[in-house]
Design a protein around this ligand. Structure first.
Ligand code: GDP
Length: 451
């Protein structure tokens, strides 16, 4: 989803590859690549300029600091590319991290969350997704259908509410303001502690809509006002956010359709423009395709480090937390065997869509397209790994040293030799990536031809 930005950072990194020192000149060259990719990814021009200025300032600061150290006879241990990436990583996080928690809950009484946004942004869907998300967290939400503008919105919310087993409040024929006003009494009656107001949208910002929303805000005084923005609208996201923010003072943003081919730039722009950060991400049509937005995960993905933390969170839903933490440590230290790989493949089968998971693995975005895994392929992989001897599982390099082993496994598992070789390459690549991430560069040297 953030491929365009990722590409630019990769190119910037490549430009600096092999250089040990950041200099004014190579910083400029790298920044040019980053600038192009940010624009291509729909980050707003003003935001791009501020971002580049900050990265440049920090990188130049680094040049001065390193030179000063250098005079003292100290040598640099990290490369120019690593320094530059680290600065970009920190800055991306800075650009997207909001203050405090994603949602504010009332100290006593009922918490209000008002959802606003343009028609088609995914507001109704996101209201139901958020309700489900909060319900999983032990809250008791009530959904309020106050979008009387779009003909099917009320029914849509009722259907969604039913599917996640959350009550939906509406009074046919009443005005949106009156419905919202009466929702609190209904919440009390039903023993609910959070109210999510799904308000009306328009195709574009207009005064009548803003007035209606401002009236609802005055009446219900919600603790949270979340703007729902479709990531596909690209640069327009900035204009829309600003329009809503000026009238309503947003507390956060839900960025939807990040599963599509949106270029993701909106994620970096909205906080700079409104002060309200992206707090949640919509990543599909289903009510479970919703997650808290984590700037660290996005920064790592953009910079080609993969989103291991996100991946681990998915694991945690399936396995117990302690085991997930131990697995994470193993992966990060590059201490990752084929047995672990097999165990995780089995777990992956329990975890749902493989595509989502592969997208989070470090380096997977750089693999050639023809190694796309689908779920049927998992069965084959399992068959292949089952044909490995325990020695081979512990030391898969043996297959590279002795190709006759590949032939034996291919026969044993009924798969082509090429598939076995690819599996080994893929595993070693993954292991290498994970080793790199943990800073255990030593692994690199162990992998013939994989430097
Ligand atoms: P509203 O007019 O703002 O209430 O928009 P809806 O909630 O009806 O959503 C508009 C369309 O976008 C629907 O077809 C939703 O299924 C779809 N949609 C919403 N969120 C997402 C998302 O995160 N990913 C994808 N792929 N589709 C989404």
């Amino acid at each position: 989803m953030f491929d365009a930005i990722a590409k630019g950072f990769r190119q910037a990194k490549n430009r600096l590859a092999g250089l040990t020192e950041l200099t004014e000149q190579n910083i400029e060259t790298a920044l040019r690549e980053v600038r192009l990719s940010l624009l291509e990814a729909d980050v707003e021009l003003g935001v791009v300029k501020v971002f580049l200025a900050r990265v440049k300032e920090k990188a130049l600061g680094e040049v001065v600091r390193v030179r000063a150290k250098g005079q003292g006879g100290e040598t640099m241990k990290v490369s120019a590319a690593d320094q530059f990436v680290k600065i970009c990583h920190d800055e991306i996080i800075e650009f997207m991290t909001g203050e405090g928690p994603a949602l504010t809950f009332a100290e006593k009484g009922i918490t209000g969350i008002m959802m606003v946004g343009l028609q088609g942004s995914g507001k109704t869907t996101s209201s139901a997704k958020l309700a489900r998300y909060l319900q999983k967290d032990g809250k008791k939400p009530l959904l309020v259908a106050a979008d009387m503008q779009r003909p099917a919105a009320v029914e849509q919310l009722q259907v969604l509410g039913k599917s996640v087993d959350i009550p939906v409040f509406n009074i046919p024929g009443e005005s949106p303001v009156a419905i919202c006003e009466k929702a609190e009494a209904e919440a009390k009656r039903l023993g609910r502690d959070v109210i999510i107001y799904d308000t009306a949208g328009r195709l574009a910002i207009d005064e009548a809509l803003m007035q209606e929303l401002a009236d609802i805000k005055t009446k219900v005084e919600p603790e949270n006002i979340l703007l729902v923005v479709d990531a596909m609208i690209g640069q327009d996201a900035v204009k829309v956010s600003k329009g809503f923010h000026d009238r309503l003072s947003l507390t956060g943003v839900v960025l939807t359709k990040l599963d599509g081919d949106a270029r993701g730039g909106a994620a970096m722009s909205v906080k700079e423009v409104t002060g309200a950060a992206v707090r949640f991400a919509g990543i599909g049509e289903g009510t479970d395709k919703f997650e808290e937005f984590r700037p660290e995960g996005m920064a790592s993905r953009v910079l080609g480090m993969g989103d291991v933390v996100g991946l681990m969170k998915d694991f945690e839903d399936v396995v117990d937390q302690e085991k997930a933490a131990a697995d994470a440590m193993k992966m990060l230290q590059g201490d990752f065997t084929l047995d672990d790989f097999l165990a995780q493949i089995r777990m992956i089968q329990k975890m749902g869509s493989l595509k989502d998971i592969m997208g989070k693995l470090p380096g997977m975005d750089q693999l050639p397209a023809d190694v796309n895994l689908d779920d049927r392929e998992l069965v084959k992989i399992e068959a292949m790994i089952s044909s490995f001897t325990s020695f081979e599982r512990r030391d898969p390099y043996a297959l590279i040293r002795e190709p006759s082993r590949v032939a034996r496994i291919a026969r044993g598992s009924g798969t082509p030799e090429q598939a076995v070789s690819e599996l080994v390459q893929r595993f070693l690549f993954m292991k290498q990536m994970m080793g790199n991430m943990g800073g255990m560069g030593g692994l690199l040297g162990n992998i013939p031809g994989m430097r």
